[in-house]
Design a protein around this ligand. Structure first.
Ligand code: APR
Ligand code: ZN
Length: 381
């Protein structure tokens, strides 16, 4: 077989923070050793793409291709890759798993030291980009960059999945939905009969609700400032909805009164550090556990009175629901295929890549759950 050559394809490129994406012809390099090039099939827009694109913190990392929640098909493989073959169906993973570093071999962590969250817009291996426009480098996002018809990822940043799984739905398991399930089943490992409170009922929070219901939680309280989330919450297992803007007293007081002193578990799924403190205040003395899933937009510091911890509460962070992506994702896909988890109803919109700015607007306006972006079929020129 002849070695792979550069592919020219279409991608939605951000030229600056907060600037609408522009459809561009981009050149996608062949995969280097231990990398694979993928034909992206579907990619859903995650809140973190929007948060990062809105942020003015890294203006030098533009032009840039966002997107990190995607399904695709292996188009070509780099030297040394034995795990994948051309034609394999995969999910991208935004925190890779090298399967040999201290964290990967520990049973305790998904914080791979080699392929962990990439923040410089580059590939892990050579600190360069695989995209360019007329010779000008185009930066990556989380070493995935799925808002492109083709992308290159490290082979440790993708996982092979069942070819029978619908690519336009299981892409949600590449980030948001899986994070919610994992926070409940793996990070908090909640017990049957528990009382759970969820701050923020987006895709992440609704996945927490669903997972809590599966575990047999007795009460699932959903907190959101958007009343449209009331019905949606119910469909995913929320037993009581509260809009904090419509309460006469602070939300933590409302929850404490409702739960005889505080919930067993609280989950922060907004991406607001103020809500982390509130979530901690809303859980029970002695054993209350707060798990954070959100990625804050502003004010990254958390503040909480130490008395909250003296009283025996625990604050636990998480990324991607604690899943080891390569090891754990295929079984989540299988759960989907067995209809044990509902991902389909987390998709509110389907649209072609051309309309990606619409998806950004819908998310900013709080009018969607997940928008799934479908790539055109014949993209290679
Ligand atoms: N109080 C309660 N709910 C709020 C508040 C608030 N102050 N602010 C926002 N919300 C609600 C929104 O109305 C929305 O329903 O939080 C929800 C957030 O959902 P999405 O924006 O759809 O985000 P999602 O994709 O679920 O991600 C949540 O997890 O992965 C991270 O970066 C992601 O920080 C984000 C978080
Ligand atoms: Zn590792």
């Amino acid at each position: 077989m002849s070695p792979p050559s550069v592919i020219t394809c279409r991608a939605a490129v951000a030229w600056g923070p907060g600037e609408p994406l522009v459809m561009e012809q981009v050149e996608v390099d062949p995969p280097l050793p231990m990398e694979i090039r993928l034909r992206v099939v579907c990619t859903s827009l995650c809140r973190s793409d929007v948060t990062q694109w809105e942020s003015k913190a890294q203006p030098s990392l533009y032009p840039r291709i966002f997107g990190h929640e995607a399904s695709g098909i292996v188009e070509s493989i780099g030297e040394g890759v034995t795990e994948f073959e051309v034609g394999d169906h995969v999910l991208t993973i935004f925190i890779g798993e090298c399967q040999s570093c201290k964290h990967c071999v520990s049973g305790k962590s998904n914080m791979c030291q080699v392929l962990g969250l990439e923040r410089k817009g580059l590939m892990h291996s050579d600190q360069k980009t695989r995209f360019s426009i007329k010779g000008r480098p185009v930066y990556h996002y989380c070493a995935v960059s799925s808002f492109s018809e083709y992308t290159v990822v490290h082979s440790g940043c993708a996982v092979k999945i069942s070819p029978t799984a619908p690519m336009d739905r299981i892409c949600l398991l590449s980030c948001g939905a899986a994070a919610g399930f994992g926070a409940v089943w793996k990070v908090a490992d909640i017990s049957k009969g528990s009382t759970v409170v969820i701050f923020g009922l987006g895709t992440v929070g609704l996945s927490v609700a669903q997972a809590a219901k599966v575990r047999g939680a007795a009460h699932i309280i959903g907190v959101d400032i958007n009343n449209d989330k009331h019905e949606k919450g119910k469909a995913f297992g929320v037993t009581k909805f509260i809009n904090p803007d419509e309460c006469d007293e602070p939300i933590q007081q409302v929850i404490k009164s409702m739960t005889d002193g505080g919930a067993d578990y609280s989950f922060e799924c907004i991406g607001d550090t103020g809500a982390v403190s509130t979530a901690l205040q809303s859980c029970s003395d002695g054993w209350g556990l707060t798990v954070t899933l959100g990625v804050p937009k502003v004010k990254p510091e958390i503040s909480a009175h130490y008395a909250l911890l003296l009283s025996g509460k625990t604050l636990k962070g998480s990324l991607f629901g604690g899943w080891k992506p390569k090891s754990d994702l295929p079984s989540l896909v299988d759960k989907y295929l067995r209809k044990e988890i509902n991902v389909d109803d987390l998709v509110s919109h389907d649209m072609p890549l051309d309309r990606i700015n619409e998806a950004f607007n819908l998310m900013r306006e709080g009018k969607c759950l997940r928008c799934v972006i479908h790539m055109p079929d014949n993209s290679c020129t």
